[in-house]
Every structure is written in C-alpha cells, then in structure tokens.
Design a protein around this ligand. Sequence first.
Ligand code: FAD
Length: 341
Amino acid sequence: MNPDLKNERRQATFETEQITHLLYGGKAKTDRRRALEKLIETDPSGIFSNDLNYYLPRTERHTRALAKFVRLVELMKVLGCSKEGDGGKLLESEDMVFLLGAIADDLPSSLHWIMFVPNIKSLFDEEQQAKLMPLIEDWRIIGCYAQTELGHGSNVRGLETTATFVKDDEDGHFIVNSPTLTATKFWPGTLGRTANHAMVIARLIDGDGIDRGVHNFLVQLRSFHDHTLLPGVKTGDIGPKIGYNNMDNGFATFDNVRIPRRNMGMRFSTVDKTGKYKKKVMSDASAKVAYITMMQVRGEYTFPLTYFIQQMVSYPFTNTPFFNKPSLLMKLVKISPWHVQ
Ligand SMILES: Cc1cc2nc3c(=O)[nH]c(=O)nc-3n(C[C@H](O)[C@H](O)[C@H](O)COP(=O)(O)OP(=O)(O)OC[C@H]3O[C@@H](n4cnc5c(N)ncnc54)[C@H](O)[C@@H]3O)c2cc1C
C-alpha cells in the first residue's frame, strides 16, 4: 500500500480493520480475500502480472488474458472453490469474486459468467438447466450473449435474426438465420474468438408461421473438438477499441443453422413438438424477460463505477504536492478497503 495512504488511515478516529470486516462480511471473509490475493500475487506461473498490458499487441493481450483464465480455473480446482468443496461449481463460489478482483484485468471469458450463465439460470427450465449446467460449470461450454445487431441496439424490438420452427423429425428443430446485413450480431463480448456457444436473441417464428417476438436460443458456434466454426456460422473479432482490448467483442451471422427445439429457453414460454407456442406465465413481466440479461448486466455496471470513483478520489493521497490539506470527503475515502488495504 502507498505509505501516505497508510499514514492517513492510521490517523482515523476508528478502527479501520473493523470497518473492513464489516464491509466484507466478517473477519473470516477478509482473511480469505487477503489469502487469495496473495495467491494470485505470488503465483509461480507469473501469468497474473499486468506489467505488460500496455505494451502487448492486441492479439497477444487476448491470448495472455486467456492464459490467465486457464490458470484461474486450475487454481480454483486445486483450491476446491465450491460450496461442496469438490471444485465442480466454480461459478457459484464466493472465492471467484475475490480472485477476479485480485487478477484486476479483463478476462475474455468473462461474459460466460456475467451474461451467459445468468441467462441460462433465468430463462431455461429445470430440465434444460440440469442438462446444460454440468458442461457449463466445467467450462466445456463457453458462452456469450448475442443480442445486439449491426442495425439494432437499444431497439430490441427491431432485432431481425430469426429462429424458425421446422417439423423435420419427431422432436422438431429451429433454423437460426440472419436475413440481412443489419441482422449481423455485433458487439457481443467473448463471441469473436473465445466462446463455443452463443445465447442468440432472435425472433421466434412458430410452427404456425407466427412471429412471437424475441426469445433466447442456444446456438453452438464452434466445435468442442478443435474450436473450428460449425457450418453456417460466421464470426470474428470486431477489432481494436479505445479500451477493453483483452475482450474479443465480435460479430456473427447465421446461415440457416439448425438447432434442437429444446435449445430455446423454455422457462416462461414453450414450443412443443408440433410447433405450437405457449406462454407459461401470463403476466406483462413474463413477456419482457427475454432481454432481462442485458438489463441485469447494465445494472451491475454501477459496482465497478463506484470502485473507479473511489480510486479517482484516492489518487490525490499518492500525489501529496497537490493535496496537502485533504477535504472531509477525502478523509472518508481514506477508510475505503477496496484493493488498497
Ligand atoms: C464494450 C461493449 C460491450 C458490449 N457487449 C455486448 C454483449 O456482450 N452482448 C450484446 O448483445 N451487446 C453488447 N454490446 C452492445 C450494446 O448493448 C449496445 O451498444 C447498446 O445496446 C446500444 O446499442 P447501439 O450501440 O446500437 O446504440 P443505439 O441503440 O443506436 O443508440 C445510439 C444513441 O441513441 C440513443 N438512443 C437510442 N434509443 C433512444 C431512444 N429511444 N430515445 C432516446 N435516445 C435513444 C442512445 O442513448 C445512444 O446515445 C456491447 C457494447 C459495447 C460498447
């Protein structure tokens, strides 16, 4: 920790350590966080160093960030970071939050747990989850969330990608298609190179040919075997951005890609084997949940924002020539526990 900051905190009129425990949910959790931070800091692989971040070309940044992710999963398995202690349910682990905080870098796989997993848990029924979650938790399925299109961002009702029911065998299928250039999925993180599956938000055309509006469809993009693109799927990285350059924000088009009927999220509405559409829960809210994942994640942005604001206000303490007499606000900031303690 910066010595000036340490000194300022020492002068607080209350016990800063107690506040830290309060904010993290008890001494045991503070201790666990610190132990995990140490683990990342001293990991013998050296892969978690962020020193090179601004010197590496973008492709290498992506690859290096992926290597960080692979090492993170290895460590979590060794640590047994799960409620059961068997390393099998990494995504549910409280340790994950502390480990990600300690890594303090963007991981290209992050949309898997930020958007893809919450989507499956919110919008897929129990039977679907029971089938998918073991593969997802074991990182065999790596997913992203593909809602935005080249021509349609905020206006979700305008999305053009279609998922059309076809009764081509006993169970039936959906054909996922991008009918126009503006229907190209554009921006989704983790899509460009990392993910092997996408949660595609598309207009459902049921067995009666009726457009039922946007629904969620799980589409496999790449082979489990060698990560090559599956037939009908075109995808890639959209290129360098002002920031967030570890992340492979991508584009994708679908040329009549066939997916199983049960790859549609069926917690709130279903399409049966004959192509009949049915809403399970009759309320205004249930019709809106199709794009709940995007709303959830945009809400979560407020958390990192508070962190950045705190960092910004703390900065003067490490640059004392400009702030010899800290304001009351700055005194308060001095007790903040985030990262710097
Ligand atoms: C870093 C990054 C990561 C992203 N990750 C994902 C992802 O993982 N998955 C995904 O699907 N998408 C992702 N997106 C896309 C993102 O969700 C869209 O950019 C967003 O929904 C806005 O859409 P748009 O860019 O088309 O802008 P538009 O919707 O075209 O908006 C352009 C401007 O018009 C304003 N505007 C729009 N509608 C109205 C209105 N009705 N009234 C008044 N003003 C309006 C907007 O505020 C904005 O200023 C990502 C984008 C970025 C930048």
